[in-house]
Design a binder for this molecule. Structure first.
Ligand code: AMP
Length: 176
């Protein structure tokens, strides 16, 4: 395992049975408390994506903002929030998607992506892939091109990569 992956996994706190029984919650707040390690995470994502000629980063509410906004600054590109339903004030596009239980919506401002914009979708963690696929669908609805999706970590047994097949997916660490 690479040094960074080892350090990232050591810093992520595991919370069993949260928010409900049977879910092993990965709490990244303990990673973000460590400024040096957080900088190494941003460094690694910058290195991976710096040659991708990106125009925008779309960060998924809320933890995708924490990872995506500093990366956008590093790359010198714009940051666009993909938000839960009812939070954005201007004209927006919406998508509904299935969660493990029930459904959820995600919205972006209609003028936040220009036709042909090259976009990277960012979140803290890839689980089933439903959320990030919904964000990618919104980008495409607005005429943007999804160049890739990136995460600090992934739960590989939930097969999010299969749901995102056809897209480049890059994560810094993974749990079986
Ligand atoms: P999914 O749509 O299943 O890929 O879920 C991804 C979203 O839910 C991300 O925004 C994650 O932050 C959050 N999430 C899902 N499962 C977990 C988990 N086991 N630990 C921490 N966050 C999770």
């Amino acid at each position: 395992m690479a040094e960074l992956e080892k350090d990232v996994k050591k810093a992520i706190r595991n919370i069993p049975d949260y928010p409900k029984k049977g879910i092993a919650f990965k709490d990244l707040t303990t990673l973000w408390e460590d400024g040096r390690l957080t900088r190494r995470v941003t460094d690694a994502l910058e290195k991976k994506w710096s040659k991708a000629r990106l125009d925008k980063i779309v960060g998924i509410e809320a933890r995708g903002f924490i990872v995506g906004a500093p990366l956008a600054d590093r790359l010198g590109i714009g940051f666009v929030p993909a938000r839960k339903v009812g939070k954005l004030p201007a004209k927006k596009v919406s998508v509904n998607y299935a969660l493990e239980y029930g459904r959820q919506g995600l919205e972006m401002h209609a003028d936040s992506i220009a036709k042909g914009d090259r976009v990277l979708v960012v979140d803290d963690l890839l689980a089933t892939g439903g959320t990030s696929k919904a964000a990618a669908a919104l980008v495409e609805k607005l005429g943007g091109k999804v160049v890739g999706l990136t995460f600090v970590t992934e739960l590989s047994s939930l097969k999010g990569r299969e749901k995102l097949s056809g897209y480049e997916v890059y994560t810094l660490s993974s749990y079986d």
